[in-house]
Design a protein around this ligand. Structure first.
Ligand code: FE2
Length: 163
């Protein structure tokens, strides 16, 4: 559409909707890549004591279990979306965010290190819609903590762009 150097009046409605939906469609793809990337069949239900992730959670919440409770509680919010543990690379602290649909609630400059899909399609084959809590428990038993640590370390070692 932009190849001829302009968006003319006839093109504007299609151009507008393609642009408006880009965050939904594109972030939906990216978040699923993070989600499946941090899953591992038969993973340990908790990270190793003293791991980079545990240290970051403890720095932020004081105790690992308190941080886990916060993340799981975010995952229990009504509606469809995502629970995301982000790292703020500029200060090395984590925070948990609810992302509605795929695009509302992402924080600029924060990087996802643990991503949980809580759209119903993520668990409807195994659980009833009201059994999201059991799905979240199962999710925690199938996490690749090494991937989470790698994301955290990569985020914190990357050059920090001043805000
Ligand atoms: Fe999904």
């Amino acid at each position: 559409m932009i190849r001829d150097g302009q968006i003319d009046q006839e093109e504007m409605p299609a151009y507008s909707e393609l642009t408006r939906r880009l965050g939904f469609e594109y972030n939906g793809m990216i978040l699923h890549e993070y989600y499946f990337g941090n899953l591992r069949r038969g993973g340990m239900d908790r990270p190793t004591n003293g791991s980079p992730f545990v240290q970051a959670v403890e720095r932020t919440f004081g105790h690992y279990e308190r941080g886990k409770t916060d993340f799981c509680s975010v995952g229990m919010l009504r509606g469809v979306g995502w629970a995301i543990c982000n790292i703020d690379p500029s200060i090395g602290l984590v925070s948990h965010h609810w992302v509605s649909l795929h695009e509302h609630g992402n924080v600029a400059g924060f990087l996802p290190i643990l991503v949980m899909d809580v759209w119903e399609h993520a668990y409807l084959l195994d659980y009833q819609p009201h059994e999201r809590k059991q799905y979240i428990e199962a999710f925690f038993s199938n996490i690749s903590w090494s991937v989470v640590d790698e994301r955290l370390q990569a985020a914190c070692s990357a050059a920090v762009v001043p805000r």
